[in-house]
Design a protein around this ligand. Structure first.
Ligand SMILES: Cc1cc2nc3c(=O)[nH]c(=O)nc-3n(C[C@H](O)[C@H](O)[C@H](O)COP(=O)(O)O)c2cc1C
Length: 366
């Protein structure tokens, strides 16, 4: 209750100020710390306490991984971190769409760069007060880079010593040209750059690729074939969308940038299902992101094939007790379906529409 009230107060601030305040609050480890039963998931050789993670974009500068994990997440994905510090786009660049339970952002990878993040993560490593949980690091290219793939290699080489997994973000709509890296040979080259970065640093860890929701079937075919060919450990689906569904009612609906939150849920879940259909069960792990703000939505993503689920906008709109609520609700739904683990439930309803209906009905009757 108190955290809902705090979230309500934060909504009185402009969205970017509220975001900064939330990061600072979590840096001080202020927030709910729910006592959750473990819901273990093994992905790419990593053991997650539960399948829910904080999606990239909240903690772009590795300021508060422990404060975020304390909220009940099994993992946090830091970033997107670029090699060099850069200011991002002019303000305002993030907008709440309250009537639509959505956010539009065009931050444009504002970041203090990899050196500051590496220093913070090195300092964290030296402390005993780390909160248990998996820390992934999401990397991207600087806006002014002539050779974006070099930026991925550089950022991975610098940050991999501190990462449980690395994500190559090639799907932000706010860096011109970035999403072209999802196509054919570009994707292959970007993955190779990530691997080169690991080799250069002498540290190996699982490599994930994060993709956009605005993809044609042919693009999804290519991405899946390349992911399999290259032995990618995971695909994260999806980033924000440049689409603007006609249902949007909020005054800021026409702002440019990436849309996230409730209006993305179905689209992102369909893309996730389309990917799952094209990959063998022992292929790259799938991480479902987009519009999750309840246990049934997380469950729907697992039913179509996700091993892990992430959220961001729900946290911004509903407040810091959301992660604990989602994990608890998810446990109830798993049990109601008689599934002993996430691994058993994963992929058991491959059709996105059916999975969404099933999860929603189950939640309504639970
Ligand atoms: C304000 C904001 C900033 C974001 N920044 C990043 C980012 O830097 N890197 C990234 O990979 N995704 C970023 N995202 C996308 C989220 O990680 C996530 O993929 C997307 O918002 C869909 O999930 P959601 O509906 O739960 O927010 C950002 C999202 C928001 C709302």
């Amino acid at each position: 209750m108190i955290w809902r009230a705090a979230a309500g107060l934060a909504r009185l601030l402009p969205p970017e100020a509220a975001h900064r305040a939330a990061v600072e609050t979590l840096r001080r480890r202020i927030g709910p710390s729910p006592d959750l039963d473990d819901m273990p998931v093994e992905v790419a050789g990593l053991s997650f306490h539960n399948p829910l993670g904080l999606a990239a974009g909240f903690d772009k500068d590795a300021a508060c991984p422990d404060g975020a994990l304390r909220l009940g997440f099994g993992h946090v994905e830091l970033g997107t971190i670029t090699p060099l510090a850069q200011p991002g786009n002019p303000r305002p660049r993030v907008f709440r769409l309250p009537q639509d339970r959505a956010v539009i952002n065009r931050y444009g990878f504002n970041s203090n760069g990899m050196e500051q993040a590496a220093a913070r993560l090195a300092a964290r490593r030296g402390t005993t007060s780390r909160h248990p949980g998996i820390v992934g690091i999401n990397v991207g290219a600087n806006k002014t880079s002539d050779m974006p793939t070099d930026d991925y290699r550089t950022a991975v080489a610098r940050l991999v010593p501190y990462a449980d997994y690395i994500t190559l973000n090639i799907s932000s709509p706010n860096t011109p040209g970035l999403r072209d890296l999802q196509a054919g040979d570009n994707l292959r080259r970007t993955i190779a750059a990530g691997r080169d970065g690991m080799a250069e640093a002498g540290f190996m860890c699982p490599l994930f690729v994060k993709i956009a929701p605005d993809l044609e079937d042919g693009d999804i075919d290519t991405i899946c074939a390349t992911a399999l060919d290259e032995g990618i450990d995971g695909l994260i689906a999806t980033n924000t969308t440049i689409a603007r569904p006609e249902t949007l009612r909020s005054p800021h609906a026409a702002e440019s940038g990436g849309l996230s939150g409730a209006p993305l849920f179905e689209r992102a879940t369909h893309v996730l299902a389309a990917i799952a259909r094209r990959l063998p069960a022992d292929g790259p792990a799938l991480v479902g992101v987009g519009g999750v703000a309840s246990g049934w939505q997380a469950y729907a993503k697992i039913l179509v094939g996700a091993s892990l689920v992430q959220l961001y906008s729900g946290l911004a709109l509903e407040g810091p007790d959301l992660p604990g609520r989602v994990v608890s609700e998810l446990a109830v739904l798993l049990k109601a379906d008689g599934h002993e683990s996430i691994a058993v439930a994963r992929g058991s309803i491959p059709d996105a529409g059916e999975a969404i209906q099933h999860a929603l009905r189950l939640a309504q009757s639970a």
